[in-house]
Design a protein around this ligand. Sequence first.
Ligand code: MAN
Length: 407
Amino acid sequence: MAMFSVSFVKLSCSFYKYNAIFLFFVVTGSVLPQQVSRPRGVSLTNKPFYENKVTFTCLDGSLKIPFSQVNDDYCDCKDGTDEPGTAACTNGQFHCTNAGHKPLYLPSSRVNDGICDCCDTSDEYDGKVTCDNNCKELGREAKAKKIEEMQAFNEGYRIRQDYVAEGKQLRDENQVDEPPPPIDIDVEDVEGGDINPDDYPDDDYPDSYIDEEDEDEDDYSPPRRVHRHKKDDDDEMPEYDEETKVLIEIADKAREEFRVEDARYNKINTEITDLEKVLSLDLGGDNEFYFLEGKCFEYHDKEYTYKFCPFEKVSQKKSGKETSLGKWKGWEGPEGNKYSKMKYDGGERCWNGPDRSTLVNLRCGIDNVVITAFEPNRCEYEMEFKTPALCNQIIDPEALIDKHDEL
Ligand code: MAN
């Protein structure tokens, strides 16, 4: 079969908006236009192996054949490399150049199968179908998408800087230096509270004021109201005199004041414990994950609602029943990218299986959002979470472009 050769010209210009400035740059370098000739279905990378026009050596080195047997629609090489442009070898690979868009490798069975796979139409050349070359259009769309991605990365980077500043401020503000001092209420501070028990003979001492045991000095409980048993149940308690009533009022006031202060003290103590817990967390090299602490995000699929609470837990809910998919274990990204994966383990035990656990893969994005949740193995879950906290670099527009689009 006659050998076909491919000639083409590639000129590709790209138009990028970067930090509000439109930049032009040439994707493929400065040598334009360019013509490269090689057998059909061969990539530019593999071109050197097809340059000896007398003999061809299969790329796995297993056989030498006359070059005229390349693309002759008969499979000679075990690795299929003598038929890059026909469907003769079941394991062959066809390369489309797709100038203006992305090059592509196809299984050679798709050559001349009546379906247009390559946007440059090169996989359908026997005339059975007519394909339209839409590579330029696809290329434009792909590039627009890449520009969007780049802008998202750079916007994400800007947001991350805010998170870093916020995280640092919160960490500084929340440093716990000392526990709060114990409550110190002086009864004399209470209006009219100048009470001396010695002024009262035993019988006159108001019931509501005395306690049965001396208060421990370190015990901050206020005097408790003690009710003595009536000697005779039928006896009516006499009404207190005016002075006693005043004292009872003072004691009640002191008790109430203590109650309020005690509640305030306990609340502060709880806040300190919570802060200490937060401060002990690894919230990123630059505290960029600080803002995520205490927040939760949901993802709904057809069956479940997944809830992801960073640094706390992951759960799965169905018909009102919530199942734990794990509690915060730690960062599990690879070396150099530690903050790219979070591990949650010790969740609810799977029937006849392991405790449920979840791996959360983090990616750069301008919003904080769970983009997917799934169960690759029974009771082992994975989630993808987008967050600006992962946008740790400014992306150069050129870095997003395939500079190696083959000719
Ligand atoms: C529940 C869910 C599933 C899980 C099964 C295992 O239905 O938690 O995700 O696979 O239990 O029995």
